[in-house]
Design a protein around this ligand. Structure first.
Ligand SMILES: [Zn+2]
Length: 327
């Protein structure tokens, strides 16, 4: 459903941004269907992957001005709680994520805190820039798993976020090993994106495969982008002693884990929420264009096509990676 809203009025600390493009996230699809447990209804509009042009802004420390092209970091913290004071804004106790806890960016004009705007380089077009936010999720996951050069990292889930996490691993000089149950996704990751290792776990065998690929040492790190119980229940097997595991995928209900084995191997399990301080890094990676990140864009649509597209994404999730709305 589309609705007419008044154009937002400029207020202290905020800017008015004319949104040019906004990606559709899997969480937008579950929010539309009422199956997203983090949603706080009612809000006006979904969307947290927006990029646009500043049309109104006051004096500000970043030197941003009207006409600047920007990416919008969508997690609005209170900037005052303990987590914010130590710089973990993504984990603010009173966070308001656009399109989740407050109005979303699938709209023409949007009021947003100036502190959460990042200037885009001239060479970076809006379409590629629309991948900034999902790329930050991958980068944050890899950071939570303390991925470093030379690591072998098993990444579960070859959807947009799993692929972004794999790109993050490549960017950090690590070797991603991508596991999924949908063969088309794995073929795409290998043939189109050049991912070095892919494995279909539909019939099990993940541990044996990882043993083979790693020469018996297993992985130094793991990034889960599925939240699937069979993955989390066996995660102690997939990393070596002292392994680090980042949990990025939203879990499907409560999951049983093998705490004994996690303790015996002193594995660090780190939940990963949103992203923190990763927008400049993601913008730089997209600008450099070394990794084929833009290949994740399945198609672009007009704002009027959003609802029909989300419905189709609900029915045929395997057909889509990233859809970007041109507003
Ligand atoms: Zn806070």
């Amino acid at each position: 459903m589309m609705e007419d809203l008044p154009r937002p009025v400029l207020t202290e600390g905020n800017a008015i941004v004319k949104i040019e493009m906004c990606g559709i996230c899997g969480s937008d699809v579950t929010a539309y269907s009422g199956k997203n447990p983090t949603m706080r209804y009612p809000i006006h509009g979904l969307g947290h992957e927006g990029v646009g042009v500043i049309v109104e802004i006051g004096e500000n420390e970043q030197g941003l001005k009207a006409g600047d092209r920007v990416a919008l970091e969508p997690y609005v913290p209170d900037f005052t709680c303990h987590m914010c004071r130590v710089g973990r804004f993504n984990n603010c106790a009173d966070i308001h994520v656009c399109g989740v806890h407050k109005d979303g960016m699938m709209t023409e004009y949007f009021s947003h805190p100036v502190r959460l705007l990042y200037k885009l380089p001239d060479e970076l077009d809006f379409l590629r820039a629309a991948l900034t936010e999902p790329l930050t999720i991958g980068l944050h996951g890899a950071t939570r798993a303390r991925v470093t050069a030379g690591d072998r990292v098993v990444v579960f889930g070859a959807g947009t976020i799993g692929l972004m996490a794999s790109f993050a691993c490549l960017s950090y000089g690590a070797e991603p090993i991508l596991v999924d149950v949908v063969q088309e996704r794995l073929d795409f990751a290998r043939d189109q994106l050049g991912m070095p290792h892919v494995f279909n776990s539909r019939n099990g065998g993940v541990t044996e495969y990882l043993k083979e690929v790693t020469g018996g040492t297993m992985c130094q790190a793991m990034i889960d982008c599925t939240g699937a119980a069979p993955v989390l229940g066996n995660m102690h097997d997939y990393v070596w002693h002292g392994g680090r595991i980042a949990l990025v995928g939203w879990p499907h209900g409560l999951v049983t884990v093998n705490q004994t084995r996690l303790m015996q191997k002193e594995i660090d399990v780190c939940p990963s929420r949103n992203s923190c301080g990763k927008f400049p890094e993601a913008i730089r990676l997209l600008q450099e264009d070394r990794l084929p990140i833009k290949k994740l864009i399945t198609k672009t649509i007009r704002l009027e096509e959003t609802e029909a597209t989300i419905r189709d994404m609900m029915e045929h999730p395997g057909d889509y990676l990233k859809v970007v709305i041109q507003i």
